[in-house]
Ligand binder design. Structure first.
Ligand SMILES: Cc1cc2nc3c(=O)[nH]c(=O)nc-3n(C[C@H](O)[C@H](O)[C@H](O)COP(=O)(O)OP(=O)(O)OC[C@H]3O[C@@H](n4cnc5c(N)ncnc54)[C@H](O)[C@@H]3O)c2cc1C
Ligand code: FES
Ligand code: FES
Length: 486
């Protein structure tokens, strides 16, 4: 019998907390961690700015056991995290940072560097800094910029904050949490594989503790909404105020959290957060480094997964064109077996896929042969950091030994109801040399080939021009040393 219960258990700072989510506690299973904290009289440091993952004012840190002795400290947007996600974790907020009335080093540095003015953003910024202090990312300014891109500040200016971020990255991470790390990790680990079955009169929430249970739940509850990182799903509640009647939460399943290298491919588990994939495979698969560097924010990437990106089948999901250009496969699992298909065939239309009601996305296969070819990703968005695409392109060019193009894949986001290939331009390029004339002709074909819509992000004509220009950019960047910012 699996160990199923209706009580979410975690540490708030160093205090054990138990919340029985059976309809009596006043919280729904999908109550966000932000709303939970704001309901407590002594944890109001956390702020709500946008409730959609954009401002970082709600940033908190979760310490997650990696084994029975060590913890990993991840910054997340508490406005996008449901309460059950905390099960088996230590939640650390700005109230927990100081010890013996001494500020935590990152707080002290914020004071010394004049890093705060009105202070609205400061608790979120301090928590992001704390996660850098406790992590082991490279201690350089570009890592500081990318790690702080999910925290907006409207008055101080970013220089002092980035100075503190670099200092935090340089530190060895010792503080009052270090002394208790082993004890905390041991306690939390014992909770990690427990299953939760949370039922209120208006909502049912399943959080299985292992893959077999997850597949059984999927079969028994085919209409439950699936989530892994929940950065997409949570918006339906936090922004659209929808009640999500039934949720099957696949986060935290050990069997889905891996990156494995095989002789001819890499396999990436559906539950692996994007930041983990980036650190493990970013060097081996350069196009992943390109796309992840302009993907959401540090906090979102700590939760978001490739499965959620492909599974939501958004026409502007950045990873869909990339996976198509890598000719990646998607592995689907159900109680009755496993099947694999190209990611390209999995997406059938606007937010529709081949997923059957008893299946989940298990993993992705990226063939190693892909990286011997030219593969580049470009994204046009209103901001470089933390913005979704207006138009994107992931392109692959395979060359013959005589230098002409053997095969081209030009996968575009934002140009149709689903990620689509510019097949006329692809056919045109086959057998041609890659030079200024052929790339220009292909760019014109791309412009003519699509019939995109106009929406809040862009007019139709502008989209067409952008798509053509991305091909021109591809030519410039693949034939010279010039590298332009997307
Ligand atoms: C502030 C913000 C910025 C963002 N920026 C970007 C960006 O730059 N680029 C971009 O592409 N996206 C962006 N997103 C969208 C989102 O973060 C990504 O699409 C992310 O990859 C979703 O992953 P997830 O695990 O959080 O998905 P979830 O919310 O967990 O899932 C989304 C959907 O995918 C399906 N799904 C999830 N897991 C599975 C599974 N294992 N099996 C089957 N189906 C599954 C379900 O239908 C589910 O509803 C942003 C979102 C926010 C809030
Ligand atoms: S409130 Fe803005 S990111 Fe959560
Ligand atoms: S200090 Fe005012 S918003 Fe950052």
């Amino acid at each position: 019998m699996p160990d199923v219960n209706s009580t979410v258990r975690f540490l708030l700072g160093n205090e054990p907390v138990e919340i029985v989510l059976n309809g009596q506690s006043g919280y729904l299973p999908s109550t966000t961690v932000l709303n939970y904290l704001r309901s407590l009289h002594d944890h109001k440091g956390v702020k709500e700015g946008c409730a959609e993952g954009d401002c970082g004012a709600c940033t908190v840190v979760a310490a997650i056991p990696t084994d029975s002795k060590t913890l990993r400290y991840v910054a997340v947007n508490s406005c996008l995290v449901f309460l059950p996600w905390l099960h088996g974790k230590q939640l650390i907020t700005v109230e927990n940072l100081s010890s013996d009335k001494n500020l935590h080093p990152v707080q002290q540095w914020m004071v010394e560097h004049y890093g705060s003015q009105c202070g609205f953003c400061t608790p979120g910024i301090v928590m992001s800094l704390f996660s850098l202090y406790k992590g082991n990312l490279p201690a350089d300014r570009s890592t500081a910029i990318s790690s702080m891109s999910g925290n907006l500040c409207r008055c101080t200016g970013y220089q002092p904050i980035l100075d503190v971020a670099v200092k935090s990255l340089q530190s060895v991470g010792k503080d009052q949490f270090s002394a208790k790390e082993e004890e905390v990790a041991g306690y939390l680990l014992s909770l990690q594989s427990q299953s939760l079955e949370l039922k209120s009169s208006i909502q049912l929430y399943h959080k299985p503790g292992n893959l077999n249970e997850a597949l059984a739940q999927r079969k028994n509850h085919p209409s439950a909404l699936l989530s892994t990182g929940a950065t997409d799903l949570a918006l339906r509640q936090s922004k659209k105020f929808e009640l999500l009647p039934e949720i099957l939460d696949l986060s935290g399943l050990q069997e889905l959290d891996f990156c494995r290298e095989e002789a001819d491919c890499w396999i990436i588990g559906a539950g692996t957060p994007i930041n983990d994939i980036w650190s493990k495979l970013g060097k081996s698969i350069p196009v992943l480094d390109e796309v992840f560097s302009v993907f959401a924010s540090h906090q979102i990437r700590n939760l978001a997964t490739i499965a959620g990106n492909i599974g939501s089948a958004s026409p502007i999901g950045d990873l869909i064109p990339v996976m198509i250009s890598l000719e990646a496969g998607i592995i689907l699992k159900s109680n009755s077996g496993e099947r694999e298909m190209p990611v390209e065939d999995f997406i059938t239309g606007y937010r529709t896929t081949e997923l059957k009601p008893d299946e989940i996305i298990h993993s992705f296969r990226i063939p190693k042969s892909a990286i011997s070819h030219t593969i580049r990703f470009f994204k046009v968005s209103k901001r470089r950091e933390l913005d979704i695409s207006t138009v994107s392109m992931s392109a692959r060019l395979e060359f013959n030994s005589n230098g002409s193009i053997d095969k081209a894949i030009l996968a575009f986001g934002g140009m149709a109801a689903k990620t689509s290939r510019a097949s006329t331009a692809e056919k045109y390029l086959k057998g041609k040399e890659w030079n200024s004339e052929t790339s220009e002709e292909a760019a014109k074909l791309v412009t003519e080939e699509f019939n995109p819509i106009s929406d809040a992000r862009s007019g139709k004509e502008a989209r067409k021009i952008m798509a053509g220009n991305l091909l021109r950019k591809l030519y410039v960047e693949t034939t010279s040393n010039i590298r332009q910012d997307a």
